[in-house]
Design a protein around this ligand. Structure first.
Ligand code: ADP
Ligand code: MG
Length: 898
């Protein structure tokens, strides 16, 4: 019989058929085996040797295996590479099985559904998300996010336009999406998400079905108690689909989830991916995954993993309501102003372990005795944490204290039951403390007594036989034995029964030894079972309180984040910003929180910036390396910091709450997604123009750079006008197109600013100081010189520049402010002249300089236009329409040739 046809392989195929999208770890004794394609994929991913299973028949089955002992590491690598792994165990003892051992998949581990600590990053949530959006073009989508390791469940409602930003914030490891019509509706929203995508049938996202499933899971009659209503349908549907998926992954039962938190649009600011990346909030542009060089890196002085995760959440979801922001600022203020309290609080938090994940594991019945003890020890620190909060408690601190819960009896029970340092496995030492269970104590006495008795027996037998080297030993196969070296074989008494022969010795037993053995082994075995029962009972009792424990974890996380923000504020000299609803913002002596840390103290040059409705737009010019990008990002960071409730690096600041902050950097590469950089840049810019409101902050860095100069300049010009006239947002536009400075004369809300440089001979010195007025030129040659261009090149470039500048026609200086370059040709930049030339138009007079911007009517075009406007489409038959189209096309071609 060939390998492929054995009953074992039949069993394999039957199980595999139910897990087509996962790599199946098929337990065979001490190995997890993988077959066929799974084996090939895993061999490649894990660098394993691919063998084949063949019992002599024709069909060879590709095979790869990993030892069960090493499986966690292999599992980690596979999941990290985005694979799903279904774990199929032997469900009975092979020794007792009749025929093929029963096997079943007990769990499927996926990037989004993992528990083991080594699969998780302590400092961030591992979100498994699902997205649902009605196919009928509804304005909102629903996103459900679950973190299995902490039990958090979030239902997020978002406007369609914000969906990408919400997903970017959550950065899920895995995303569940509907198939079918709804799938098509959400496809564009999830195209950019870098996660394993798991498609599920559209009906699984049905809100009615989901409502029942959630109610059942939480054991409530309706979801209203959670504050969930019909308006949340889409998010509920997504949660229902998630729950169904989880049930498949965890056939043994989905672990308890905390009561769902609903996030509705409004309270927090959606941050799109480009803004998050360009401002380097939690990930640096250079190295992804590393927090050095990011805002998170600067702010993260948290002491606990749950604090680190919450800080990350706060950074990625700044608030938009003044009251909520003030409550956080009040708390940070109280702690930054009271160094003693702050230190005490941070010290108290220092010993608190990851209560959130420990509680999650406990509820999932996966916590080890060590986990339980760590949970107990952490809970035991809560009174000290509580006592360290300065009173009267301000802002969020008061909210935290009002809800405070030490769970003292849980802590006490855990600490009383489990020894301080439990062994890794039952039986390798005491797990349950003495005094917890009378039976256990009794068994221990017997086991200990038995061991003493065996020691006594060894002494006795030595005396009786006169063999000084006689020893009593133990092994798994033969149990207790008396070992006697061959040299003393003659002295062995008659009542010894030989059991095993070794090279230099013989092993014996005696009836007395066997009697002791039985007693000890019995006791040891019963002790192990009893300890396991006691721990599992405790785990179930504590696990049932998971919601309460998660609340505790949440409050610790809040205190931790607030203390961390206060610590940075005190250490780095940040001030409390005034946050209000008035438009605009003022920053006095602001600094870039990350860049300032990369240079010696006080080297960073602080700068003032003001935006008001009257001066809402700043065109920032200056040479390369002057510090334009730094100022731009600094403003964005300060606003986000203020709105997340942090103090800011400045001597004073007022921030009128912004509904959105957008940051775009021109010519930024997005090769990963295979789009041209310019296309990406334009797509991003267009997204801003569509989404920004008068309460938004828009930061544009060298937009329009990815194409030919004059195209780019024209686009930059038009974008600026649109933002100024139509949107009315606060805008800073950093550009080396110093031609854009002319806009300040034409648009009332535009101001020019530049970053100062000083010319020293032919060199330039960067002062990094923001000053009013536009830069007169780009200093590109000086920068090229600094960068080491050979001096003949520099000399030649200067010569060319002089030549070009002389040739250039100065822009008309008449300009009444205008919004329409077509109506007012003089609004077009000087660039137009060269464009005119390039297209072959003569450039003699001022008016035809602007050929590109002004539609010069020509007779053929006019004739066509007249014909077209005479047509009434409603009265045309399809045939007539076709004939007309042919005629018009012919006429157009004719006209084009003339
Ligand atoms: P630009 O965008 O004008 O080309 P950058 O903002 O990239 O210039 O700044 C160039 C470098 O100048 C930065 O890497 C930083 O080291 C330094 N720099 C910028 N702003 C300041 C400042 N305010 N104080 C001190 N150094 C600065
Ligand atoms: Mg720059």
């Amino acid at each position: 019989m060939s390998a492929a046809a054995t009953p074992l392989m039949a069993q394999y195929r039957e199980i595999k058929a139910r897990h087509p999208n996962a790599i199946l770890f098929f337990r065979m004794g001490d190995f997890y085996e993988m077959f066929y394609e799974d084996a090939e994929v895993a061999a490649r991913a894990l660098d394993l040797t691919l063998t084949s299973r063949n019992n002599g028949g024709a069909a060879e089955v590709p095979l790869a295996g990993v030892p069960v002992k090493a499986a966690p590491e292999y599992l980690r690598r596979l999941v990290q590479q985005g694979h799903r792994v279904a774990i199929c165990e032997q469900m009975e003892d092979p020794k007792l099985a009749k025929g093929i051992v029963k096997r079943a998949v007990i769990e499927t581990v996926t990037p989004g559904a993992a528990f083991a600590d080594d699969l998780l990053d302590a400092a961030r949530n591992t979100w498994l998300c699902a997205i649902s959006g009605a196919a009928d073009g509804a304005v909102e989508v629903g996103i459900a996010a679950v973190d299995l390791s902490t039990g958090e469940l979030r239902l997020v409602r978002a406007r369609r336009a914000d969906a990408e930003a919400v997903l970017a914030r959550l950065a899920p490891r895995e995303l569940v999406v509907p198939t079918g019509a709804m799938g098509e509706a959400v496809a564009p929203l999830v195209a950019g998400v870098e996660a394993l995508v798991t498609p599920r049938e559209g009906w699984e996202f049905e809100p009615a079905l989901a409502t029942d499933a959630l109610a059942q899971h939480f054991g409530v009659r309706s979801l209203e108690g959670f504050g969930i209503g019909p308006a949340d349908d889409a998010a509920v549907g997504a949660a229902g689909a998630l729950l169904r998926y989880l049930k498949e992954l965890q056939p043994g039962g989905v672990p308890h989830l905390a009561r769902p938190i609903v996030e509705r649009p409004g309270g927090t600011m959606p941050l799109d991916e480009m803004t998050r990346r360009n401002l380097e909030l939690v990930e640096s542009l250079r190295a992804s995954g590393d927090t050095t060089g990011t805002l998170l890196g600067v702010l993260d002085r948290t002491q606990t993993p749950m604090g680190a995760r919450l800080l990350r959440q706060w950074i990625l979801a700044p608030l938009t309501e003044v009251a909520a922001i003030t409550a956080r600022l009040d708390a940070v203020g109280a702690l930054s102003g009271d160094g003693l309290a702050r230190t005490a609080l941070r010290e108290a938090l220092d010993g608190v372990r990851d209560i959130e994940r420990l509680a999650g594991r406990t509820a999932a019945l996966r916590a080890t005795p060590r986990d339980l003890r760590a949970l107990g020890d952490s809970l035991a620190r809560l009174p000290a944490v509580r006592a360290a909060v300065p009173t009267p408690a301000a802002g969020v601190l008061a909210e935290v204290l009002a809800a405070w819960d030490d769970a003292a009896e849980v802590a006490a029970e855990l600490q009383r039951t489990i020894v301080a340092r439990p062994p890794l496995a039952y039986g390798e030492g005491e797990t349950v403390a003495p005094g917890v269970d009378a039976t256990l104590d009794e068994l221990r006495a017997i086991a200990d007594g038995g061991k003493d008795a065996i020691a006594a027996l060894q002494a006795e037998e030595r005396a009786r036989t006169g063999i000084a080297s006689l020893k009593v030993g133990y092994n798994r196969v033969f149990g207790y034995f008396i070992e006697i070296t061959n040299a003393n074989r003659d002295l062995v008494p008659a009542d010894y029964q030989r059991r095993q022969t070794l090279t230099g010795a013989e092993r014996y037993i005696t009836p007395a030894l066997k009697a002791f053995e039985e007693k000890v082994l019995n006791a040891t075995e019963r002790m192990e079972t009893l300890e396991r029962e006691l721990v599992e009972g405790l785990r179930a009792r504590v696990g049932a309180q998971v919601t309460r424990l998660q609340g505790i974890a949440r409050r610790c996380a809040q205190l931790d984040v607030l203390a961390a923000l206060a610590e940075v504020a005190a250490q780095e000299g940040y001030v409390r910003p005034v946050v209000d609803d008035a438009p605009g913002l003022e920053i006095v002596r602001g600094r870039h929180p990350v860049v300032e840390r990369m240079m010696p103290r006080d080297q960073f040059v602080p700068n003032d910036v003001t935006f008001s409705p009257e001066a809402r737009m700043i065109i920032l010019t200056g040479p390369n390396m002057a510090g334009k990008s730094t100022i731009l990002r600094q403003i964005g960071l300060l606003v986000l910091m203020a709105q997340m409730g942090s103090f800011v690096p400045a001597s004073a600041a007022r921030v009128g709450v912004m509904d959105r902050v957008f940051t775009r950097v021109g010519a930024s590469d997005n090769l990963v997604r295979g789009q041209s950089t310019f296309m990406v840049e334009m797509a991003e810019t267009s997204a801003i123009l569509h989404t920004a409101t008068s309460r938004s902050l828009v930061l544009l860095d060298e937009i329009g750079r990815g194409t030919a100069t004059w195209d780019g300049l024209s686009i930059a010009w038009a974008v600026t006008e649109h933002l100024h006239d139509q949107v009315g947002c606060c805008t800073m536009f950093a550009t080396h197109y110093h031609e854009l400075t002319q806009l300040a004369d034409r648009l009332s809300g535009v101001r020019n600013a530049n970053v100062a440089v000083r010319e020293v001979g032919e060199q330039i010195l960067f002062l990094h100081r923001l000053q009013p007025g536009g830069a007169d030129r780009s200093y590109g040659i000086e920068v090229g010189r600094l960068a080491g261009l050979p001096s003949p090149v520099i000399v030649r470039a200067r010569e060319l520049l002089r030549h070009l500048e002389q040739e250039q026609v100065a822009p008309p200086a008449d300009g009444t402010p205008t919004t329409n370059p077509v109506a007012d040709p003089s609004a077009a930049p000087v660039a137009a002249r060269r464009v005119g030339r390039a297209t072959g138009a003569p450039s003699a007079t001022a008016s035809d300089q602007f050929a590109l911007f002004v539609a010069t009517p020509d007779p053929a075009t006019e004739a066509l236009r007249a014909r077209l406007s005479a047509v009434d489409p409603d009265t045309l038959t399809p045939m007539q329409a076709l004939a007309l189209l042919a005629e018009l096309t012919a006429a157009a071609r004719e006209g084009g040739r003339g």
